[in-house]
Design a protein around this ligand. Sequence first.
Ligand SMILES: [Zn+2]
Length: 115
Amino acid sequence: MTKVCDWCRGEFEPLANNEHAQRFCHRSCKQQFERAARSWVHKAITNGSMSLDALKNGIVGKRVFPTSHDVRASELLAGLLAVNSPAWQTLAEAMTQQQFDALKDWSTRGRPQRS
Ligand SMILES: [Zn+2]
């Protein structure tokens, strides 16, 4: 039965004695996939779009990357905070310490990146 390689999208005949579902046409495609995956995860952790905890704990299926809604909300908040208004002082005073710390953390550690 012909399959399509997950990496190069080329068609191939899986090895007959392969117990595991063969996903790549050749070892070189599997190696390219593994190199790219390592590099991708490294970049995601370095730029803060993926947490090290998610990697350590093998969290899959949960949201570890910001969605486009997260990015839009983040850009909206950044735009609002750039408005020079005395209202921000009032707002800061009305915030809980936890909210204030979270906002400070967001503004210093970085915001969701568009991917
Ligand atoms: Zn291939």
